[in-house]
Design a protein around this ligand. Structure first.
Ligand SMILES: *Cc1c(COP(=O)(O)O)cnc(C)c1O
Length: 800
């Protein structure tokens, strides 16, 4: 199947020799006694060897014109090997070569650690954008942090989440190259730190272009203070080194919740300052020192507020180091930067204490103050009064609001789905939209079909290529629309069901091996995988399962399809409630899975350590996609798109990109339920969850299991706290803040509809096919081209 329009020619014998040579010089081993991770490293390095010339050529070509830079504190890349082989068009060929060497490619792929340098959707979006940029030959560089430890590894013990460090570099990282000579120094008030770049190639599909992800590691300027060491003050000697290295040591495991720590601020400034210095150095090298031209060569995207300190930092560099005046520097900054907003959750809007900024970045703080002054003047001249100005000021009550700084300083602010952008424009940021309407844009998120279909679902990919008479869809996903003509073709629909079934068998086998639970591939696989957060409402799903269980107990002959409810989610370690929800679902699983009387009609599995590579097995095996956030809370979602692309109907609310998904694929091919944004807005101030709790049949019974001894939370108080949050609320929120009770009955109805409609297998398969056929819009190729054209003004540049 591979190899059409081959970009890369493989010399088989040479490749074999390379692998063996690398095993020899790196590990002193031969094929016979090398471990799998050693073979993985040797193979990966041999692939690196194949691409270095094209990589260099790409960077050289890009350096001549305007480029875009994607600044992100997170890149959730997952595994590289399989994806790189697919994108180079050499997957099948390499598999063959390895076979001849008695190596199983699949086993080698499975040994690779995920690069888990991100929390969830935001970090995975950055990864998809990198891949799409390369595929589209766009001159885009990613800048971020090379965390020594990525997002924690999750295990369950007695149903509780346990976190373990993610030592992803333990076997080395063959996909990166350390660029010592391009290190720069980052200055904090309490000392200097060296930022050492590690470059990873981003291989596009079906193109020679290779892009770059540059991640910085923090190191001490001086490896060791010899003087102290000689005086035998070992601890002191090591202290400086540790203090520096701590900056890039670990990813903050928060998702949407802000983290107000000194180290976090240091991380942000560290990578942003290093990235800007890098751009300045290259600009001088390639274009001289006329900084009025800087904006003609640079577009810098700020992925959420985490890198927003880049705004005052570039001001500082231009003013203090390059001698521009404030207004000229401002003009450059305004033209160069743009900002993506990822959330409207209040607790996620990043604010920093003035004192903290002053204590480590005094000059940067001064510049923020200047910007704030300029802004207040502008607002004053527009005739706004005190109150309005206070609500928009960048510095207010000793806090710096990074989102306000971003919107004011940049030329473009974008939301990540149409509904989200509308909520920004007409609700959350309406004061801003009124003043700067031209700055607000929508860029609906996307996913790369190379990883999220071609790599992870080879059966479906091959079928699509066969039906479409070619694989153009791999780089032009709207081609999938042509599948719609098979919507009544029974042979195709049966083939689709067959592929889904074999993906479910693969997942069942993996789950049995990894979780020790047997599941039935003939049951409906109902899957909710995403970070654990109250607004995502895993608890709503859990309540429904429990309700279904109790109904089954009452009526054992109830005619329902067998169903396996699968969850995957990490909870931020300090997020007590999220951890309580994990424990609750695990308790439900224990109860249901051990109850022989229901004849295995339903089962519940919470898989451990959900991550990109687990997702690659889960998405293709799903029958129903759970996207049930409270309307207005999920900015876009991208998991929803991965399911759709793999032929899975959505059960979901009118939220985020779900709205666009059902617009494309039709409401009749999905299961939409629940209150819409307008309704939530209308009822939110008078909402009384107790009314639903008392009246909706079955609801009280499942909610009360949190406190009536049905389940054991190990005396942590977790379950009671959940119960209270739903019925009484807390100091910081109303009761049932996410309207679970309100939507419960409607959700149950939608679930019943799923059960009924699944019975007609062919008509179900038709829904699956129509979802696939209309997933074209959700390619990150489309998204990144919109950024390139409408925000960055950059063009594709293909190397020869
Ligand atoms: C796609 C993805 C996400 C985002 O999922 P949502 O359902 O959009 O929140 C999170 N984590 C991983 C590992 C992913 O692959």
């Amino acid at each position: 199947m591979e190899g059409k329009g081959l970009i890369m020619k493989i010399n088989k014998e040479r490749l074999k020799t390379n692998i063996e040579d690398i095993l020899k010089i790196k590990y002193g081993k031969t094929l016979k006694n090398a471990k799998n991770h050693e073979k993985f490293n040797a193979l990966s390095k041999s692939i690196m060897l194949l691409i270095t010339d094209n990589w260099k050529e790409s960077l050289n070509t890009y350096s001549k014109g305007k480029q875009a830079y994607y600044l992100s504190a997170e890149f959730l890349m997952g595994r590289a090997l399989g994806n790189n082989l697919i994108n180079l068009g050499i997957y099948d060929e390499i598999k063959e070569v390895l076979n001849e060497m008695d190596i199983n490619l699949n086993e080698i792929e499975e040994i690779e650690e995920d690069a888990g340098l991100g929390n969830g959707g935001l970090g995975r979006l950055a990864a998809c954008f990198m891949e799409s940029s390369a595929t589209k030959n766009l001159p885009v560089t990613g800048y971020g942090i090379r965390y020594s430890y990525g997002l924690f590894k999750q295990k369950f013990k007695d149903g509780f989440q346990i976190e373990e460090v993610d030592n992803w570099l333990k076997y080395g990282d063959p996909w990166s190259i350390r660029r010592e000579e391009e290190s720069v120094i980052v200055n904090f008030k309490d000392g200097k730190v060296k930022a050492v770049p590690y470059d990873t190639p981003i291989i596009g599909y079906g193109t020679k272009n290779i892009n770059r992800l540059r991640l910085y590691k923090a190191e001490a300027l001086q490896e060791l203070d010899l003087e102290l060491f000689n005086e035998q003050e070992y601890e002191k000697a090591a202290r400086n080194k540790n203090k520096a290295e701590d900056i890039s040591k670990v990813l903050y495991p928060n998702d949407t919740k802000r983290e107000g720590q000194l180290l976090r601020l240091k991380q942000q400034y560290f990578f942003v300052s290093a990235a800007l210095q890098d751009m300045i150095n290259k600009f001088k090298e390639n274009h001289g020192s006329d900084f009025s031209k800087f904006k003609d060569y640079h577009a810098i995207q700020l992925n959420d507020t985490h890198p927003v300190v880049a705004i005052p930092e570039l001001m500082r560099i231009l003013i203090d180091e390059e001698g521009l005046d404030f207004e000229k520097a401002w003009d450059t900054v305004h033209n160069v930067f743009s900002y993506t907003n990822h959330t409207i959750l209040r607790e996620a809007l990043e604010q920093w204490d003035v004192d903290l900024y002053k204590s480590i970045l005094p000059r940067v703080y001064q510049i923020i103050k200047e910007i704030n002054k300029k802004f207040i003047k502008e607002l004053g001249s527009l005739g706004y009064g005190y109150e309005r100005i206070n609500s928009m000021k960048i510095i207010y009550k000793n806090r710096i609001s990074m989102a306000w700084l971003a919107i004011y300083a940049t030329h473009a602010t974008n939301g990540v789905a149409k509904l989200h952008t509308d909520i920004l424009k007409y609700q959350e940021l309406k004061d801003w939209y009124e003043i700067y309407p031209e700055r607000f844009l929508n860029k609906t998120n996307g996913i790369t079909q190379r990883r999220w279909l071609k790599l992870c679902n080879k059966g479906l990919s091959n079928l699509i290529t066969k039906l479409l008479g070619g694989d153009e869809w791999v780089t032009n996903l709207t081609m999938l629309k042509n599948l719609e003509k098979y919507k009544d073709d029974e042979i195709v629909l049966n083939k689709l069901l067959e592929i889904k079934h074999s993906n479910k068998e693969r997942l069942a086998k993996y789950i049995e091996e990894n979780e020790g639970i047997k599941i039935n591939p003939n049951s409906i696989f109902d899957i909710q995988i995403k970070r654990l957060h109250e607004y995502k409402r895993q608890l709503l799903n859990a309540f429904h399962i429990l309700d279904l269980y109790y109904r089954l107990k009452e009526n054992p002959d109830m005619d329902i399809e067998k169903r396996t409810f699968i969850f995957g989610a990490k909870a931020a370690p300090g997020y007590f409630r999220a951890k309580g929800i994990i424990k609750f679902i695990n308790e439900i699983a224990k109860l249901i899975n051990n109850d022989k009387s229901i004849n295995n009609k339903i089962k519940v599995v919470f898989v451990q350590n959900y991550r990109v590579s687990y997702g690659e097995k889960l998405f293709p095996a799903a029958d129903i996609s759970e996207q049930i956030s409270t309307a207005g809370k999920e900015a876009s979602g991208t998991g929803n798109m991965k399911f759709m692309l793999n032929g899975t109907p959505t059960i979901g609310t009118y939220d985020g990109a779900n709205v666009e998904i059902v617009k494309e694929a039709g409401e009749e091919n999905n299961f939409i339920f629940g209150a819409k944004v307008e309704e939530i807005e209308k009822i939110k101030d008078t909402y009384n969850p107790k009314k639903y709790y008392e009246k909706v049949p079955g609801l009280k019974k499942v909610v009360d299991t949190l406190i009536n001894g049905t389940f054991d939370d190990g005396d942590t108080g977790m379950f009671e706290e959940l119960y209270t949050s739903l019925l009484e609320g807390a100091s910081w929120h109303r009761a049932d803040n996410y309207f679970i009770f309100k939507d419960f009955d409607d959700y149950r109805k939608a679930q019943n509809k799923v059960d009924v409609e699944y019975k007609d297998r062919l008509s179900w398969a038709k829904k699956c096919l129509i979802n696939i056929a209309n997933a074209g819009k959700f390619s990150s190729d489309r998204t990144i081209m919109e950024y390139a054209k409408e925000i960055w003004s950059i063009d594709s540049r293909k190397i020869k």
